[in-house]
Design a protein around this ligand. Structure first.
Ligand code: ZN
Length: 257
């Protein structure tokens, strides 16, 4: 779940002091705690960039094995299934510009922003060399799920480690400094992206996460799925109103990396 997702409190945005529309990067890396977080948080923007030629990579930090309400679930099978769903979602979002989909495989619910995991994320950044990194805002107030906090911290901390040549020298590959970091679910958003025309692509990608229909999308039948779609459509439309856009996703932009 993420904050471009409906159900979040209304954002107090006025349209003033926002930057907008980054130049389409050659490549982007979206870092999520669980399969589906990235589609919720920035699926519209990733679809837009991919349509304009950007290669879109994904990094999922946990195995997503707790993403079910079924107490009898085979969680090993669920983790495997969620990897397949994430690959399908990445393909639906970016089409021919879908890049790599990496999984760190940490236990769902037990993600840590430790030095060890930071190094793993930094290595992925150095290997994939994205122009833009996207991740959860770790400073979103009153967020309960620890994985989202830790995944956000990992995105931020790993950029520092990846860009500085003396961090994690054991990687044995050149350092890499992305040009920008965009935080989704932003506590204090200051950047808007027009996603008009890409909402349905975002929904199509979200709907690749079939295992999450019940627990996350609250969609156990066609009617429930359409209700979910309309919540997302309404949410992105609402976010666009202050900016005179039909649909928008909002971010905290950090471009002094
Ligand atoms: Zn999540």
């Amino acid at each position: 779940m993420a904050a471009n997702e409906p159900g979040q409190p209304p954002l107090r945005v006025t349209g003033a002091d926002f930057t907008s529309e980054l130049v389409t990067p050659a490549s982007a890396l979206a870092i999520g705690a669980h399969p589906d977080d990235v589609e919720f948080g920035c699926g519209g923007l990733l679809a837009k960039w991919a349509a304009a030629g950007c290669v879109v990579h994904h990094l999922v930090c946990t195995d997503g094995a707790k993403g079910t309400w079924d107490v009898e679930a085979d969680t090993v099978a669920l983790a495997r299934r969620r990897q397949e769903e994430q690959r399908e979602a990445a393909s639906r979002l970016a089409g021919p510009n879908a890049g790599e989909v990496r999984f760190l495989g940490h236990v769902d619910g037990e993600l840590s922003s430790s030095l060890e995991v930071r190094s793993q994320v930094a290595q992925v950044i150095r290997e994939l060399r994205p122009d833009v990194v996207l991740g959860h805002d770790p400073w979103k107030r009153y967020r309960l799920h620890p994985d989202h906090r830790h995944a956000g911290l990992l995105a931020c901390d790993s950029i520092v480690a990846a860009r500085d040549p003396h961090f994690d020298r054991d990687h044995g590959i050149p350092h890499h400094r992305p040009a920008a970091l965009l935080l989704f679910e932003a506590d204090e958003p200051d950047h808007v992206e027009d996603v008009t025309g890409f909402v349905e692509t975002k929904l199509h990608a979200l709907e690749a996460h079939v295992s999450q229909f019940e627990s996350t999308m609250h969609a156990t039948d066609d009617h429930g799925l359409e209700t979910f779609r309309n919540r997302i459509r309404d949410r992105l439309a609402d976010l666009g109103v202050p900016f005179d856009l039909d649909a928008a996703e909002l971010f905290k932009l950090i471009d002094d990396l």
